[in-house]
Design a protein around this ligand. Structure first.
Ligand code: GAR
Length: 209
């Protein structure tokens, strides 16, 4: 592990949290220059919450149904993240669209992973969309989050071949393995400042962390 400072981050989940676990493990073994301050779920029964606690990470539940508007939830979420001192946010299977009430608090500091080669197949059930379309390649994308649904600038992508006998489950499992490897690398590139913007293109700089 280099001695470069670690960025305090929050991870948001809604479910089982394999991507969250891979980020936590990468931070614990020195591949990711992050200090993971908290894992927040919008669902109290998300299995990833117990996994985070086992890994020694504080957790919090903020149920979107307790708020009257999307903006009220997003403001409370941003306040909670601030309260934990996090300066960057990684979405890891967080199934809520975020509004400017949240995004304006963390400009260019929110990253997401999506199980498709964007701009193909945004939104939910991306793997099913790829199969039903008849695509031969699927994959995953790490991207900055903007106000659209899976429309922000792309940081990293990796392709996964679609096999003739694939089901939604088998394809999702192969993509997930790739996601779990790609996300820590891409997040570390962002946190270490190895990337720069050229318009909406995200390009690699030769800097080391
Ligand atoms: C992952 O496949 C992730 O890419 C996807 O949800 C799954 C979460 O798995 N996210 C989206 O579809 C966001 N649009 P995990 O809880 O095991 O990390």
């Amino acid at each position: 592990m280099s001695e470069a400072p670690r960025v305090p981050i929050a991870i948001l989940i809604s479910g089982r949290g394999t991507n969250m676990i891979s980020l936590v493990r990468a931070s614990q073994d020195g591949r990711l220059h992050a200090h993971i301050r908290v894992v927040i779920s919008n669902k109290a029964d998300a299995p990833g919450l117990a996994a985070a606690l086992e890994l020694g990470i504080p957790t919090m539940v903020l149920n979107h149904k307790d708020f009257e508007t999307r903006e009220a939830f997003d403001t409370a979420l941003a306040d909670a993240i601030d309260g934990y001192g996090a300066r960057f946010v990684a979405l890891a299977g967080f199934m809520r669209v975020l509004t400017p009430a949240f995004l304006n608090r963390f400009p260019r500091r929110v990253l997401n992973i999506h199980p498709a080669l964007l701009p193909s197949f945004p939104g939910v059930h991306a793997q099913r969309q790829a199969l039903e379309y008849g695509a031969k390649l699927a994959g995953c994308t790490v991207h900055f989050v903007d106000e659209g649904t899976d429309t922000g600038p792309v940081v990293a992508q990796q392709a996964v071949e679609i096999l003739d006998d694939d089901t939604e489950d088998s394809l999702s499992a192969r993509i997930l393995e790739v996601e779990n490897r790609l996300y820590p690398q891409a997040l570390d590139d962002v946190l270490c400042g190895r990337l720069r913007f050229s318009g909406r293109r995200v390009l690699r700089e030769a800097t080391e962390c």
